[in-house]
Design a protein around this ligand. Sequence first.
Ligand code: C2O
Length: 576
Amino acid sequence: MNTPSKPLPLFFALIIILLIPLISLVNNDFSVFTAIKIICRQTYKPPHGLVTTSNERDKSWRKPFIGFKNIDDLSSISRAISPNISQCFPVELPSNALTPTHCCPSKPSFSKFIDFKDFASPNATMRVRKPFHLLHEEDIAKFEKGIALMKALPHDDPRSFIQQAKVHCAYCNGAYHLSYPFQDTKLDIHRSWFFFPFHRWYIYFFERILGKLIGDPNFALPFWNWDSIEGMQMPSCFTNPNSSLYHKLRNQKHMPPHVLDLNYNANDNDYVPSHQQVSNNLATMYKQMVLASTTELFMGSPFRLGDNPRPGPGSVEAAPHNTVHTWVGGADTPHHEDMGTFYTAARDPIFYGHHSNLDRMWAIWKTLGEGRRDYSDQDWLDSEFFFYDENADFVRVKVRDCIDTKNLGYVYQDVDLAWLRTPPTSRKSKLLRQTKKAQVWSSKPRRFPLVLDSITSVIVKRPKKMRSKEEKEQEEEVLVIEGIEFGSDKFVKFDIHVDDDEDKLSNPDQTELVGSFVNLYHGHGHKISTSFKVGLSKVLENLEAQEDDDLMVTLVPKVGKGDVIIGSIKIEFIPK
Ligand code: C2O
């Protein structure tokens, strides 16, 4: 028999093609994109090693793309971030910015770039980055000379000091946008999982340029060891007015031997004796490094193509990163220029020593164990940035190539980590905490979203209690503060306390102060909406609060009272 077998599938295909627009007419939610999504869902098989495992990733996929409707499951498409370098826009500055600033490169290379591969050279020996306070005179002299030569380059040389400072401004204040179809989204490498890799690459090229200028391929960028007792003041080499490292726009009250405040509240009125300040700093370091037991808590939240920028900073980015920026910056300039705001921060040579130590924190954090590791997410690994190298070539680099400093030819000198032996302590009795909680229970509850205009305590339910050791090893109990909203030109800092006493709040060297949210001045004209997460498992152990049904969370506005809205506070369990 001769049955016509071919026309049958064709006939069905025709019916489907005709049905798609028909259904979209009657059902608003069924768009052509939904159709594409369905087709993709059926044809897409994740390659080996790409199978999503974490809840966090699963959830982030459910977020809709901006501007697209229902196209939330195209898992086969990379959502890695790459700035669209074919266009560079005027940057967003804070209102009454000190100087009119253009942050685009003076010699735009547009799409002409080289894929940078020469990671560990120019010299095969490992460069060792050392702390300023342990440097020999001749090492300081080298650094000074390099900066002086950089400052002396013609201003349109992409390796000149001023052009290097502009690179930072461009990546922070929206000079670059993302690629199609998200060309309206401005790139900001802060407050997300790009904070560490972007700055690692940035200071890496800065180091290579310095090395080339002074003719020393082994030159290693020193670090400001502010996490050590000896390093808790401005390194003296920056304070000599005749040095290329000197910078005028700094807080004059903070010259050595003034002790640095890693939890700086942007005012110098609450004086703390030096020994107390040192102990506060050590405990702050401990919390920022040790309580951040998951990748997201330390590195910051995922930011993929199609997401809103600035999903949330990691612990160390909020403080000491932001707080040290403010502490160095001028006391009388409108936004603590230069260090205290991103459009000018990299004009101060101390910026590079500060970021060298932050980069070191990333390297150290991974050695603290308990499963601490980098993101293995392809969208993160494949994301890319562009820089000028020591030969003034415009180069492209990927996040994946910077995650091991040895691959880039450098390591950090081992120095004692006193903070690792200095956990915070708790001085409040369990009874007192229960009484304080009862007071909050009986008072008028604050409703979300709430304006953070005063010290605010809320009770937060714990979905699980008395978790086993295994459970704790697998998942961190995390305090999630969501929908943190404020104007982009606001400077915001609030501290987060758990089971504390509103009338007698704990110091930074005590357990109850669990973290700080800090946002530096940015541009003006839009709203920032972000989130913040703090690991609680260790805190609850220390407070002996593991069997409690709920927690009392107290938010203490320190800067920008009344400028911040808090969307919600909850507890989540994040896989390690
Ligand atoms: Cu991109 Cu410390 O800032």
